[in-house]
Design a protein around this ligand. Structure first.
Ligand code: URA
Length: 277
């Protein structure tokens, strides 16, 4: 008989499943796992149970399968050039999304469940650029839907700006530097940022906002080539040919609530600039 796995091995196995995208540990129908000797070889099947009975075939609910991967990338490709060519070829936002879906060179896509492209209203006057999807974004395919995203929505609501506003004057359009979740939410690497930046630049061109917000350090690094959000925040600068306001990332605000005062000042600043134009 095989020895039972240790507690830490079971926890590792569970963490791995979460990484793969399993979101439910509970099936729709109870499963008698003691009647599944093949699944749990260390558990003796109780006498009198029929392993081929209905419980053995009971469906379990797991997250939807990942989309089929694009063709394997060719070796020795200049990935930034490949991204530039793919991005430039996109004439619409939908075409850009399709080009990113088909882009095979970013290894992050292997560990992500799906592309997280954008949310809100293309054409909105204010476009927010975040860093990279986290777990909830990877699950839903939408940027900023976890705790940090809920805070982002709460920050802009008092000045009448939201991703669902019917009026483009009051709408937000939101994307990230990277469209795939980095493993364990690690920081994006410079080569990943460089590879995906042509897509971001084209995205901004096609969405045609008046103003950009660079949310957090990674976004500042990608858009401005600078880090140091504490110094940069609150001062307008230029990125991709547009006025750009660096702001604290809402995830930082969740960890450092005292910084919300400055973040609120930046929201007011962005709203005032929209009014002024
Ligand atoms: N943080 C980001 O920068 N982007 C998201 O989409 C979610 C969290």
């Amino acid at each position: 008989m095989m020895p039972a796995p240790s507690r830490s091995a079971l926890i590792d196995a569970l963490a791995w499943q979460v990484e793969l995208g399993v979101t439910e540990a509970i099936g729709d129908v109870p499963v008698d796992r003691t009647a599944l000797p093949d699944r749990a070889p260390w558990l003796p099947a109780p006498p009198g149970r029929n392993p081929a009975g209905p419980a053995a075939t009971a469906p379990t609910r797991v997250a939807p399968a990942r989309p089929a991967p694009p063709p394997a990338p060719a070796p020795d490709v200049d990935t930034v050039e490949a991204a530039e060519a793919a991005a430039t070829g996109a004439r619409t936002i939908d075409a850009l999304r399709a080009a990113m879906e088909a882009f095979p060179h970013c290894a992050l896509r292997q560990g992500a469940r799906q592309l997280v492209f954008a949310d809100g209203r293309p054409g909105a006057r204010l476009m927010i650029v975040g860093e990279a999807p986290g777990r909830e974004e990877d699950e839903t395919g939408l940027p900023f839907v976890g705790r940090a995203g809920r805070l982002l929505d709460l920050m802009f609501a008092p000045v009448g700006l939201s991703r669902t506003a019917p009026d483009l004057e009051r709408a937000l359009y939101i994307t990230n530097i990277l469209p795939w979740r980095p493993p364990q939410n690690r920081d994006p690497r410079p080569d990943e940022i460089a590879m995906m930046k042509p897509f971001l630049a084209r995205h901004v061109e096609l969405a045609r906002p008046d103003l950009l917000i660079a949310m957090g350090n990674i976004s500042c690094q990608a858009l401005l080539g600078r880090r140091g959000i504490t110094r940069l925040r609150g001062t307008w600068t230029e990125a991709l040919g547009l006025p750009c306001l660096p702001m604290f990332h809402p995830a930082y605000l969740l960890r450092n609530p005292a910084a919300k005062r400055e973040a609120w000042a930046d929201v007011l600043e962005a709203a005032a600039r929209l009014e002024a134009r």
